[in-house]
Ligand binder design. Structure first.
Ligand code: H2U
Length: 341
């Protein structure tokens, strides 16, 4: 479909405008500066490296695998928060919770794309355990796990890490996904993402990578140029429910997609990645665990997609089709471009 059209996102119940011809327009706008040169394996000035002092004085242990700690600058806190208010159309709600930071490895210079498979598996285990432990705490309604990678995405530190924010309310996007998956399950008796995965595997057009337990695809409704969806072949609703083989296969899938991202423009590919597991409370047979990768780069390592004018005021718009994006990612070698060089 090489002409402008709209596509529906059944998970978020919203539309995206697809304008493939827009990539032909000349670009005289911002070019991002090239990423910083190779990093050292240990940086004495890094707040997240083993043995170093953090910004508020705590000292990291000399950790040798993953390491998680309470965020020193949390977005939510456990103390009793502001009371609820309703004043006409002016409504506010108390919010409370816990913010954690999870370092993937003691090595300052690595990423999910360049870490050994066994170490990525350790990250998967740390994610599952962090989410499980946070969900077990009183008053937690949802745990959002996310990684902001690269300066372009506003990461404040290049040391490989992610964050987990446990909050009392189910936030806006997971709440919308809950409503959509619930409605679909009520109407069809099957889960929405399971049916979607089956349809995509049948045509294979948008599938980038598959192994025995996971698939990575550019969703039909992708907004960001090289956005991908990582989804398990079995309906599992949260990270902690993944079995050992599924965790190994997840490490393999994470490696596969992040390597292809780096290879695409031969740069450490920036992205925001988020896990969407089921809400912490209640039974959710409709929910299938999934992760989204939302990378901003469009044309090269230095030209990004801006979601501004029409996108901010009307609806998201993308410039290349999800099918072309999937084809380009699929064509990338599974071996990292820096490996062996
Ligand atoms: P980002 O790179 O995505 O901003 O994540 C880094 C997090 O680490 C950030 O939330 C926390 C910041 O608050 N942090 C600490 O908790 N202690 C520090 O000493 C530095 C950074």
């Amino acid at each position: 479909m090489n002409v402008p059209h709209r596509r529906y996102n059944p998970l978020l119940d919203e539309w995206v405008l697809v304008s493939p011809q827009r990539l032909e327009r000349p670009w005289q706008g911002l070019e991002e500066s090239p990423p910083e040169p190779a990093r050292p394996s240990y940086d004495p000035g890094c707040y997240l490296c083993p043995g170093n002092a953090r910004a508020r004085g705590s000292r990291n242990p000399a950790y040798t695998t993953t390491f998680a700690f309470d965020n020193d600058f949390p977005a939510v806190v456990e103390q009793p928060a502001a009371p609820e208010r309703e004043d006409g159309l002016r409504r506010s709600q108390a919010e409370s919770g816990i913010c954690r930071v999870i370092c993937f490895t003691p090595r300052h210079d690595l990423t999910l794309a360049t870490m050994p498979a066994a170490d990525v598996r350790a990250v998967v285990d740390a994610w599952a355990e962090e989410v499980r432990a946070l969900e077990a705490r009183d008053g937690v309604g949802y745990v959002q796990l996310f990684e902001n990678k690269g300066e372009l995405m506003g990461a404040s530190n290049p040391h490989p890490h992610c964050q987990a924010w446990a909050v009392a309310h189910v936030p806006t996007l997971p709440a919308r996904k809950l409503a959509s998956q619930r409605a679909y399950f009520a109407a069809h008796g099957r889960d929405l993402l399971g049916d979607y995965l089956e349809q995509e595997r049948a045509s294979a057009e948008r599938v980038v990578f598959e192994n025995a337990h996971w698939a990575v695809l550019v969703p039909f409704w992708a907004v960001w140029p090289y956005e991908t969806l990582l989804v398990p072949r079995r309906r599992v609703a949260d990270l902690a429910s993944l079995g050992p083989d599924e965790r190994d296969a997840l490490a393999d899938a994470l490696h596969a997609i992040t390597v292809r991202y780096d290879n695409l423009f031969r740069t450490p590919f920036p992205y925001s990645m988020g896990w969407h597991g089921r809400p912490a409370r209640g039974d959710h047979p409709c929910w299938r665990l999934h992760a989204v990768f939302l990378p901003p780069l469009l044309r090269s390592a230095s030209v990004r997609k801006f979601l501004v004018g029409y996108e901010l005021t009307s609806e998201p718009q993308r410039d290349l089709t999800p099918e072309v994006a999937a084809e380009r990612l699929r064509a990338q070698p599974g071996r990292h471009h820096l490996e062996g060089s």
